[in-house]
Design a protein around this ligand. Structure first.
Ligand code: AMP
Length: 513
């Protein structure tokens, strides 16, 4: 199918503001596609084809500098070029775009960036401005096609007359697979081997006490700080999927000793140091030659039978029968016992505990209170805002992405240690924007640098070593938890404190790998 046809339909979808009409247009379109086109089209729209190519690469490829909406910019820039010389090229097909995306994705290592730029450039030459806008959005993952994932799922259901599509989606996470099954009348609401299931997720809770009050008796498992994987096995064939449903079979090498004919299990991959303690997350992801291990915590399918509605306690028992590599756990209603177990988990270098309700089903795709994560976090920091970026989309009126800094006693300056747009309400963004503009000292593109005056309290998951900022540190998942109007920059935390917390993280983790 020609890319042009898809782009035309998406334009029609975008032009109407009626949800009902969007779904109807899309459903009509999907209904008439053959299997291959259906798979490819859904892949493109849902962003599964999205790859790790940055906005900068595209900008370089088409010779642009800066701007808001990449699709629109590429479109405009090409329009201008087209006026100068109109090229007659063969029309591009959806299939070719899919091929390009997977090729770009596969390019790795030295020179790959240049190769990407060259490939994207020559591909773009064959596109109409409308197509170019679409392709740019596909490549960067900014798929503002006017069709959210929810709408696309509804359209697939409508196209093939399946009202149960949303439920099916939780167990068939891959939308193109889902669409094909719906088309063939083979949609199922039970797991299918080698098609990833949307993972069940946990809500937060503050303490063991809170979990026990809610659950009465509970299973407490170590909460490991690693990479969640879903393992699908049938005979000798094995595939691993990430939490975001990508195939990561080749990403990590771990020993999987599953004694069964077929199963879908879930576990966490962690890295182990020479002393047997878990290594920091950063090392797990980056270092190729460390020992990695998977510890399983759930089983949702075994030898042809779905276990989604089987109570957790029974699933765990079945899991014990097929593997020895399980996440450590206890079952108790005793607060003291659970608190000791939490302490043990922390001392061993893990993140905390996961409390699980004994008779709970596996709720695919749901973040609920059958699982409660207990993560005694690192102490919060008081940091100073030294700059901010104008936001995007809904936030474009506000300075809403903040540079957070700690005081460096050696340099006598505030040094950035992280950035966040998380934690403030709309009203607070509005007020903060006014305040920061009144403190502005320099503007640099979309960044406004300000006098260090506003102090905020910041929570984060981890402190990492990073060359990104001059301080040498970066906070992972920073979020503002309070605006400390009562504090002045002189009360802010220092780089040496950050260093101390950074080092304390390692006192429990392995430092040898
Ligand atoms: P969070 O990412 O903080 O929302 O916590 C949920 C994640 O914790 C899951 O997606 C898993 O990757 C991870 N995790 C670690 N240990 C466990 C466990 N025992 N049970 C379930 N998830 C776990």
């Amino acid at each position: 199918m020609l890319l042009e046809e898809l782009v035309k339909v998406l334009n029609r979808v975008r032009e109407t503001s009626s949800r009902e009409k969007k779904v109807a247009i899309m459903a009509d379109f999907l209904r008439n596609l053959d299997d291959n086109d259906l798979k490819n089209v859904v892949k493109l729209i849902s962003g599964i084809g999205r790859i790790n190519v940055s906005w900068g690469t595209i900008a370089r490829a088409v010779g642009l500098s800066q701007g808001e909406d990449i699709g629109e910019m590429v479109r405009r820039s090409l329009l201008e070029k087209r006026k100068q010389h109109s090229l007659v090229e063969e029309a591009v097909t959806v299939e070719e775009l899919i091929d390009l995306l997977s090729y770009l994705e596969s390019l790795k290592g030295k020179g790959s960036s240049e190769k990407r730029v060259a490939l994207i450039r020559s591909f773009f030459r064959r596109l109409s401005p409308e197509e170019a806008g679409f392709v740019a959005r596909c490549i960067t993952g900014e798929m503002r096609a006017g069709l959210s994932k929810g709408l696309l799922i509804e359209a697939i259901g409508r196209a093939f007359g399946r009202g149960d599509i949303s439920k099916a989606h939780t167990v068939i996470g891959d939308l193109s697979e889902l669409a094909l099954m719906a088309k063939k009348g083979k949609l199922q609401v039970s797991p299918k081997l080698f098609s990833p299931i949307s993972p069940m997720l946990a809500e937060s809770c503050y303490s063991v006490k809170e979990a026990l009050e809610e659950m009465g008796i509970a299973a407490f498992e170590y909460k490991l700080d690693g990479v969640r994987v879903q393992v699908h096995k049938e005979g000798d064939r094995i595939k691993m999927f990430s939490r975001r449903l990508s195939d990561i079979t080749d990403r990590f090498r771990v020993e999987l000793d599953l004694k069964c004919e077929s199963c879908i299990t879930e576990g966490e991959i962690i890295g182990l140091g020479l002393d047997g303690r878990p290594v920091p997350f950063q090392i797990l992801m980056r270092k190729a030659d460390i020992r990695r291990e998977i510890l399983f915590f759930d089983l949702v399918y075994l030898n042809g039978k779905t276990l989604l509605d089987t109570p957790y306690q029974e699933r765990r028992k079945m899991l014990e029968e097929i593997s020895d590599k399980l996440v450590p756990r206890i079952v108790t209603d005793d607060q003291k016992r659970a608190e000791e177990f939490l302490k043990e988990a922390m001392e061993m270098g893990h993140e905390g505990l996961m409390a699980k309700k004994l008779n709970s089903p596996y709720q695919a795709g749901v973040r609920g209170r059958y699982w409660l994560k207990i993560k005694p976090g690192l102490e919060k920091l008081d940091l100073v805002i030294v700059g901010a970026d104008w936001g995007y989309g809904r936030r474009s009126r506000w300075l809403s992405d903040y540079y957070l800094a700690a005081y460096d006693e050696e340099r006598g300056t505030f040094e950035v240690v992280g950035k966040t747009f998380k934690g403030l309400t709309d009203e607070e963004f509005e007020k903060m924007t006014g305040k920061l503009l009144s403190l502005a000292v320099k503007e640099d593109g979309k960044t406004v640098w300000v006098k260090p005056e506003v102090v905020v309290e910041v929570a984060y998951d981890e402190i990492q070593r990073s060359p990104k900022y001059r301080s040498g540190f970066a906070l992972r998942f920073a979020r503002i938890t309070a605006i400390r109007e009562d504090k002045s920059p002189g009360d802010a935390d220092t780089i040496s404190k950050i260093k101390r917390i950074y080092e304390s993280q390692f006192s429990r983790k392995s430092a040898k790998w």
